[in-house]
Design a protein around this ligand. Sequence first.
Ligand code: FES
Length: 144
Amino acid sequence: MRKDHMDATESNFALSEIESLSEKARQVVAQSKNRGSIPNPDAHAKICGCCGDTMQIDLLLSEGKIRSAAFDTDGCAASIACGSVITQLVIGQALTVASQITPQDVIAALDGLPQDHLHCANLVVKTLQIAITEYKEKKTGNNA
Ligand code: FES
C-alpha cells in the first residue's frame, strides 16, 4: 500500500475537533490503518462530499471477497476515522456484505460521531458503494 496521503494529518486539526470525537474514534485516527492507496486496485472510487472534502477508496478483490482496502481523504478527523474503520470492516468480506454497510454501522464502529460530522460517515459509505457498483458494472460490461 502506498502512503501517498492527501494533506490532512491529525496535527492539522483543531484540538476541539479531535476532542469532539469518541475515545475509539480518536484511536482510529491516531492509528490511521489502511490510509493510502493501492496501486492498480480492482475497485476504486473518489468522490467529493457535501462539505467539499474528498474521500477515496481502493479495493483488491479475489473470488468475490475484499482482500485489501485502502482509503485517503483531505477531510476532517472524523473522515479519517470513518475511512479507516470502513476499510477494517470490509477486509475479508464478500462484496455483497460490504455493499450493505450503512453509515450507522460506521458510526457504531466508532462509538458515535458528533452530530455535525454524521455526514462524514455518509461520504465514506457512498464512496465504497460507488467503488463496488462500478466494479460490478465493469465486470459485467454494463458501463457503456
Ligand atoms: Fe468533510 Fe468530515 S468529510 S467535514
